[in-house]
Design a protein around this ligand. Structure first.
Ligand code: ZN
Length: 184
């Protein structure tokens, strides 16, 4: 990440909206934003591989689900936050990963400019690629600030996206089981 470019861009942006970047309250803002970017765009250049490559062998290939994983991301169309919950399930094929690694995988893809549809698919693809399970299902429910503080202004509206891979793909009974586990 190039902090100098971010700081320069923030100064220009402030000028662009008619602000004075030299006034006291804004003087440190470019630096603060640059440091914040390290965190909120920290998934850039990261791969889920580093989190998912430590695996454990199992005999029990029943469904594994982690739900209500809170995440914060940034909509790439408006650079405003969208945030909510991710629910992840997979059916192992002899291998599982530590449960916290599923949340880490969400972070890798959430902490970059995103759209929710793509975030959902990238998480599912990473699990499919690195754990090689029988199937994966991902659901994301999120509120988009670009829909609540601007535009059509619909606070509280949730955007829901799904991605199904492997044995979840055509199997509506498995998808239904997933939905029921999310709702529990
Ligand atoms: Zn947006």
């Amino acid at each position: 990440m190039n902090a100098e470019k971010i700081k320069e861009a923030v100064r220009l942006f402030l000028e662009g909206i008619g602000e004075n970047p030299e006034r006291e309250g804004l003087l440190e803002t470019p630096d603060r934003v640059a440091r914040m970017c390290e965190e909120i765009y920290g998934g850039m250049g990261q791969s889920a591989k580093e989190h998912l490559s430590k695996q454990f062998t199992v005999d029990n290939n029943e469904i594994v689900m982690v739900k209500d994983i809170t995440f914060y991301s940034t909509c790439e169309h408006h650079l405003l936050p969208f945030y909510g919950k991710a629910h992840i399930a997979y059916i192992p094929n002899g291998k599982v990963v530590g449960l916290s690694k599923l949340a880490r995988t969400v972070e890798v893809y959430a902490r970059r400019p995103q759209i929710q549809e793509q975030l959902t698919g990238q998480i599912a693809d990473a699990l499919e690629k690195y754990i090689d399970p029988q199937g994966v299902m991902v659901m994301i429910e999120a509120e988009h600030m670009c829909m609540t503080m601007r535009g059509i202004k619909k606070p509280g509206s949730l955007t829901v996206t799904y991605a199904a891979r492997g044995c979840f793909k055509e199997d509506f009974a498995k998808q239904k089981m997933f939905m029921e586990m999310v709702k529990q």
